[in-house]
Design a protein around this ligand. Structure first.
Ligand SMILES: Cc1cc2nc3c(=O)[nH]c(=O)nc-3n(C[C@H](O)[C@H](O)[C@H](O)COP(=O)(O)OP(=O)(O)OC[C@H]3O[C@@H](n4cnc5c(N)ncnc54)[C@H](O)[C@@H]3O)c2cc1C
Length: 546
């Protein structure tokens, strides 16, 4: 069969929906060679998300929740790239350039959209810069390393009690399954390993769970959700209900009711939004999810299929499928069958599935489960959780690895190794709220800040007296003096109107200044003018006896 006669099915997304669709399609490839399957995914692995929280605590190994897609799908072509655009009219997909700077364009005969959804912090002050999402393996590893880093810093911080408490405060926003599971695992982990930090008081640890409704786990029966709340509270998780996260800075979680929680660790599992690629498509949607018929074909199309979290799949008895792995897996089977029927002819099947139940782990060998209408909680639910998810993991190799990690975890202390993977702190975006100090007089100068919005004041202390030297706004910068003169900060900069800044680490700033003499000169000139203005201002204040 020549290339042109072959039908190419392109699957976008290598999560539950995408990988399992390819798996079912591969069965057809055993019998025929007129099909070609291409899967495009950002990563070369499939993530078993239900166990992700255990990576944070180290109950299972770092790679135990992931499986290489190439091994799962030996007959499927895999492109490990980010999808940049989808052209429905011309039936093409463009992916971002990889190591070679050319975009890659692929043609499809049938397209499967299985791109899931995203945690989207856009529009929330400071969250894109400072909140950590919890969705994939990278997030879980980042959270784990960050938490250990905070503990290491707390161990050194013997003088500033407030800062140490801030380091030991961990905030999780979102009381759905993923938020509850990560808060529970993080709480267990920190309270266990804190014993290894001799000078840190265990009583200073705070794990706070924020939830906007009047009880956590709204997906579950009320009795079970209240049980989960009781168990978590007993283990030391502070649950703040009817509370929304309004903003974040590198030092604070700011709540909608005005409360501010000083923290260096803010994890947020909300809000969940449609994948921007799905958002951009001119196809029928409702609440951001693609509208499909009962056979999973996108309404108004002949060769575009969608499933999983990015699709609104009707249920036989009315209503729509919830965005869970349980449904995505089953939808994949129906979709594969219907795609083959569309290509080769044959009867299409309507998606039908009755939810088996819901399970949520609460850490410390307890869980809540609602199975076949029966509520189970505590150790039995935890045992069910582990058994069911162990059997759902793809492949016996992975199951064995996880089972052995769990067995060792029963009697060995949790792993406490911090992996330092970031090559550079480089340039980053930061957000500050009014009243917050960006740096204080006497601090070491480690960054320069370029203001992208808001306002700040520069103040100097003379004994008890505070003298305002300048007010800065959008387009201005500060923090250059300590870097250029290699001294400590000679003033405090405080935010007066919520501000966004671009902060540049002294290493990168040093490189720019060394290689762009004109830039260095311009900075030095501004620094001189500012020094003179500061002296004048100080003399003026002293003269008036303010
Ligand atoms: C922490 C956590 C715990 C969960 N626990 C459970 C549970 O216990 N039980 C349950 O039933 N469900 C659970 N869920 C929900 C479940 O994981 C999702 O419903 C399921 O993953 C949806 O599958 P999907 O294939 O639609 O999307 P996903 O699994 O999210 O897959 C989408 C894929 O698309 C890829 N992608 C996205 N954009 C691009 C792009 N531009 N280019 C290339 N690739 C892209 C992503 O990398 C990803 O691999 C959990 C979810 C999370 C986050």
């Amino acid at each position: 069969m020549n290339e042109q006669q072959r039908k190419r099915i392109v699957i976008l997304g290598g999560g539950f929906a995408g990988v399992y669709t390819a798996m079912h399609l591969e069965k057809a490839l055993r019998r025929r060679d007129d099909l070609e399957i291409l899967l495009i995914n950002k990563e070369n692995y499939f993530v078993f998300q239900p166990m992700l929280a255990e990576v944070v605590s180290g109950s299972i190994g770092m790679l135990d929740t992931v499986s290489p897609i190439r091994r799962m799908l030996p007959r499927t072509d895999l492109h490990v790239r980010e999808v940049e655009s989808i052209d429905i009219e011309n039936q093409t997909i463009t992916t971002t350039p990889g190591l070679h700077p050319h975009p890659n364009v692929v043609h499809y005969d049938h397209l499967v959209l299985a791109l899931g959804n995203v945690t989207d912090f856009r529009g929330l002050r400071g969250l894109p810069e400072h909140a950590i999402p919890f969705k994939n393996l990278g997030d879980a590893l980042f959270i784990r390393n960050h938490v250990i880093h905070a503990l290491e810093e707390a161990a050194i911080e013997q003088h500033d009690d407030d800062f140490r408490k801030q380091l030991l405060t961990f905030v999780v926003a979102g009381g759905g399954f993923s938020g509850v599971e990560v808060a529970a695992e993080l709480n267990d982990f920190v309270r266990k390993v804190i014993r290894n930090y001799r000078h840190v008081d265990q009583a200073e640890v705070r794990v706070v769970l924020l939830h906007s409704q009047d009880r956590i786990l709204p997906e579950l029966d009320e009795k079970l959700a209240l049980y989960a709340q009781k168990i978590l509270a007993k283990r030391g998780v502070e649950i703040l209900l009817k509370t929304r996260l309004a903003a974040a800075t590198g030092d604070l979680a700011v709540l909608a009711n005005g409360m501010r929680i000083p923290t260096k660790t803010l994890i947020s599992t909300v809000p969940s939004s449609p994948n921007p690629l799905i958002d951009a498509l001119k196809l029928p949607k409702e609440k951001g999810r693609l509208k499909v018929d009962s056979g999973l074909k996108v309404e108004g199309t002949e060769n575009v299929w969608a499933m999983g979290d990015c699709a609104l799949v009707p249920l036989a008895g009315g209503g729509f499928c919830p965005p869970t792995a349980q449904f995505a897996l089953r939808q994949a089977k129906t979709a594969a069958r219907n795609i083959l029927a569309a290509i080769h002819g044959g009867e299409r099947k309507a998606f039908q599935f009755k939810e088996l139940g819901k399970l949520g782990a609460l850490g410390h060998r307890s869980a809540v489960a609602q199975m076949f209408g029966i509520n189970v909680s505590g150790f039995l639910a935890w045992f069910m959780w582990r058994t069911i998810y162990l059997m759902k993991l793809p492949g016996w190799g992975r199951r064995l690895k996880v089972a052995s990690s769990w067995s060792f975890d029963l009697f060995l202390p949790p792993e406490l190794v911090q992996l330092k993977l970031d090559q550079s702190t480089g340039i980053s975006h930061e957000h500050f709220e009014p009243g917050q100090e960006i740096f204080r007089e006497g601090d070491l100068g480690d960054r320069i800040y370029i203001m992208a919005g808001g306002a700040a004041e520069v103040v100097r202390h003379d004994g008890e007296r505070e003298i305002v030297l300048a007010r800065l706004g959008s387009g201005e910068y500060f923090g250059e003096m300590a870097l250029l003169n290699q001294t400590t900060r000679n003033a405090t900069v405080r935010c007066v109107e919520a501000m966004d800044v671009l902060s540049i680490h002294k290493r990168e700033f040093g490189l720019l200044a060394a290689n762009l003499p004109a830039m260095r000169e311009s900075f030095e000139q501004v620094m001189k003018q500012r020094s003179m203005a500061n002296e004048n201002r100080l003399r003026h204040v002293a003269g008036r006896g303010e």
